[in-house]
Design a protein around this ligand. Structure first.
Ligand SMILES: Nc1nc2c(ncn2[C@@H]2O[C@H](COP(=O)(O)OP(=O)(O)O)[C@@H](O)[C@H]2O)c(=O)[nH]1
Ligand SMILES: [Mg+2]
Length: 358
C-alpha cells in the first residue's frame, strides 16, 4: 500500500531540500519491488524502535520497516487555483496524496529570494491555504452540477445539495472542511477528493536567526490542532553527510534527541491514521501499516492476498506482552498469546502470526 504525503508551500521555502533529505535515507529497493521510480516521489522507512527490539529479540536476518511516500509538489503560488504559476496541475498532484506537509519558511537569508519580497510565515501559510480552499470551491461547484444532472430522486438531490451548500458556506468563510462535512455527497460520488479535508501538519523551516516570538505567534494564530515540526533544514542537510557515529556525537553535543528527518516521517505517518502491526521471526521482522479499522482478515491481505483468501485465524500477542515475556515461547507459556478470528480488530503494535490454508 502506498501512503503518500505531499510537500506543499511557497517557492523557495525548502521543499526540495527536505525532499532531498528524505531521499537520502536510502531504503533497500529489493524489499519494495512495487515502488516506482519517480523523481518526485521518495519512499522512506518509518523509524520504529519496537521493530528494532523485535528484530533483536529474534535475531531476525532481515528487518523491514513500514514505508511512506513523500511527494515534492512544486509550483503552488498565490493564484494557482486561477491558473497562476503552474496552476491547476499542481492541485491535481495534491489531490492524489493522503496527507499534506505544509512547509513554511522561517529561516532568514537575504540571498534566497522570496516571491513576495519578504517571508511572512503567517501570510505565506494563509496564501497557500486559500488556494486549497478556492480549489475546493471549484470542485464543489462542479459537484452541484453533477447532483442536478444526477439520476437520483428529487428528495435525494435536495439532501445532497443542502450538504454541499453547507460545505461551500464553510469554504467561503475561509474555513477548512472536516472529514464528515460531505458524508452523503462522498458516498454518492466516491471519486471526489477535497484538498482541505486532508490531514495537514506544518514543517517550520527555521535557522539560527529565526525569532522564537515569531514562531510562537505563528503557532498561536494558526487554526486549532495543526502540529508544527521545527526543522533547521540546512543543519540537518549537513548532519546527513556525516557517518552515523559522527552524527550521534554531533546530536549529543547539540542536545538534539531525534533527527528532524525522523520527526517529519513520524508526523506524516501518524497523520495518515494508520496502525502498525508486526510479524517477527528468525527470518525477518517486519512492520506493516494498516487502516485503523482493518480487521484481522483485512490485515492479512496486506501481507498477501492468498493469506486473506485462505484465512483461518490470527495468533496474536500485544507488543508489550511479547517484550515483557522475552520471547515467543515464553509469551505462549505465559498465556498472553490469543487466538483471534477474522473480525478481530487488530490493535496498535500487535505481533501476529496468520494461519491460512490455500
Ligand atoms: N539559509 C537557508 N537556506 C535554505 C534553507 N532551506 C533551503 N534553503 C535554500 O533555499 C533555496 C530554495 O530551496 P528549495 O529547497 O529548492 O525550495 P523549494 O522551492 O521550496 O523547493 C535553496 O537555495 C536552498 O539551498 C535553510 O534552512 N536555510
Ligand atoms: Mg522545489
Amino acid at each position: 500500500m502506498g501512503f503518500k504525503c505531499g510537500l506543499v508551500g511557497m517557492p523557495n521555502v525548502g521543499k526540495s531540500s527536505i525532499f532531498n533529505l528524505l531521499t537520502s535515507q536510502k531504503i533497500d529497493a529489493k524489499n519494495f519491488p512495487f515502488c516506482t521510480i519517480d523523481p518526485n516521489v521518495a519512499t522512506v522507512e518509518v523509524p520504529d524502535e519496537r521493530l528494532d527490539k523485535l528484530s533483536d529479540l529474534n535475531s531476525s536476518k532481515r528487518k523491514i520497516n513500514a514505508v511512506i511516500e513523500f511527494v515534492d509538489i512544486a509550483g503552488l503560488i498565490k493564484g494557482a487555483s486561477k491558473g497562476e504559476g503552474l496552476g491547476n496541475d499542481f492541485l491535481t498532484h495534491i489531490r492524489n496524496t493522503d496527507a499534506i506537509a505544509h512547509v513554511v519558511r522561517f529561516f532568514i537569508d537575504e540571498d534566497i529570494i522570496h516571491v513576495n519580497g519578504k517571508p511572512n510565515p503567517e501570510s505565506d501559510f494563509n496564501d497557500i491555504n486559500t488556494e486549497l480552499i478556492l480549489s475546493d470551491i471549484t470542485t464543489l461547484e462542479s459537484v452541484m452540477n453533477r447532483i442536478t444532472k444526477g439520476k437520483m430522486s428529487e428528495k435525494e438531490k435536495l439532501t445532497l445539495k443542502e450538504e454541499a451548500t453547507q460545505a461551500l458556506d464553510k469554504l467561503n468563510a475561509n474555513t477548512f472542511l472536516e472529514k464528515n462535512d460531505l458524508e452523503k455527497v462522498q458516498e454518492t460520488f466516491p471519486d471526489i477528493k477535497l484538498l482541505t479535508q486532508k490531514p495537514m501538519f506544518v514543517i517550520a523551516n527555521i535557522n539560527e536567526d529565526t525569532s522564537k516570538d515569531e514562531l510562537d505567534k505563528f503557532k498561536n494564530n494558526i487554526t486549532k490542532n495543526i502540529k508544527v515540526v521545527e526543522v533547521n533544514v540546512k543543519v540537518e542537510t549537513d548532519l546527513n553527510e556525516l557517518t552515523s557515529e559522527e552524527k550521534k556525537e554531533f546530536m549529543e553535543e547539540f542536545g538534539i534527541d531525534e533527527s528532524a528527518l525522523s520527526k517529519i516521517i513520524k508526523s506524516g505517518y501518524s497523520l495518515l491514521d494508520l496502525k502498525t502491526f508486526f510479524t517477527s521471526g528468525e527470518k525477518e521482522s517486519r512492520a506493516w501499516a494498516a487502516k485503523k479499522y482493518f480487521n484481522a482478515q483485512e490485515c492479512s491481505g496486506i501481507i498477501h492476498t492468498d493469506i486473506q483468501k485462505g484465512f483461518i485465524r490470527a495468533e496474536t500477542v500485544s507488543y508489550n506482552d511479547y517484550i515483557e515475556s522475552g520471547s515467543e515461547q515464553a509469551s505462549k507459556a505465559n498465556g498472553v498469546w490469543r487466538q483471534e478470528g477474522r473480525d478481530y480488530i487488530v490493535q496498535e503494535g500487535d505481533v501476529i502470526y496468520f494461519r491460512f490454508n490455500i
